[in-house]
Ligand binder design. Structure first.
Ligand SMILES: Cc1cc2nc3c(=O)[nH]c(=O)nc-3n(C[C@H](O)[C@H](O)[C@H](O)COP(=O)(O)O)c2cc1C
Length: 200
């Protein structure tokens, strides 16, 4: 199947925060007046925590959001570390943490149903409250890739395996191409070209 057309779909970039866990997603979508869905990989700790806790909040990233937040929330697991410890956090009305700085909005939700999709779970949730956090311009998925040089990790639903390239062993960033320049530096975590691993 030719999947090229899928690359033309547009998304935003969000943080899903729940009890003891949080991750970056691009799949949060409003589906009715007060309902949203989000697709979470079953290997992500946030999947387990959402099933257990049901309540979560989403924050909308802006163009000013620190890439370090995406690096930690999108490329490391809450199972291994407390992602919130390096950031100033606020608590929503359900006592769930969120990072306020350079976020456009806070959306509080409660899971009401879920659909099993093999690798991912689709969580269907009711929006219980929202709050405007700033008027900064929101970050689109396109902006994340083209302007911020962001990449998509294997567990994201939109991930496509690169044909040839080199993988950063620290954050998983993949450089697509036959030859990695010696002076290349990982745009996500700053690792040097010398430690990149070749993928065939
Ligand atoms: C731009 C971007 C979009 C992503 N979108 C999703 C998504 O929609 N669903 C998902 O399960 N993971 C997505 N991910 C991957 C998770 O954020 C990542 O696997 C994270 O490390 C999971 O953390 P956890 O184990 O603490 O839940 C995305 C990552 C990035 C950087």
């Amino acid at each position: 199947m030719n999947k090229e057309g899928l690359r033309k779909l547009s998304y935003g970039v969000y943080l899903i925060n729940t009890v003891n866990s949080g991750c970056v997603v691009n799949t949060l979508t409003q589906i009715t007046n007060d309902k949203v869905i989000v697709s979470i990989n079953k290997d992500n700790y946030t999947n387990k925590m959402l099933k257990e806790n049901k309540k979560f909040n989403a924050t909308v990233l802006t163009k000013e959001t620190d890439m370090n937040i995406i690096q930690i929330f999108g490329f490391t697991s809450s199972k291994d570390n407390d992602k919130y410890k390096n950031f100033q956090i606020e608590k929503d009305s359900n006592n769930i943490p969120y990072i306020k700085a350079h976020m456009a909005a806070l959306i509080e939700c409660e899971v009401i149903n879920k659909i099993d999709l093999d690798t991912h779970t689709i969580f269907i949730a009711t929006v219980t409250n929202t709050k405007n956090l700033s008027d900064e311009e929101v970050m689109t998925y396109d902006y994340y890739h083209k302007v911020k040089n962001g990449v998509t990790p294997p567990k994201a639903p939109t991930y496509e395996k690169p044909k040839k390239g080199y993988r950063c062993p620290i954050c998983g960033y993949i450089y697509e191409g036959e030859n990695l320049p010696d002076d290349f530096v990982c745009p996500i975590c700053g690792a040097p070209a010398s430690i990149f691993e070749k993928i065939d």
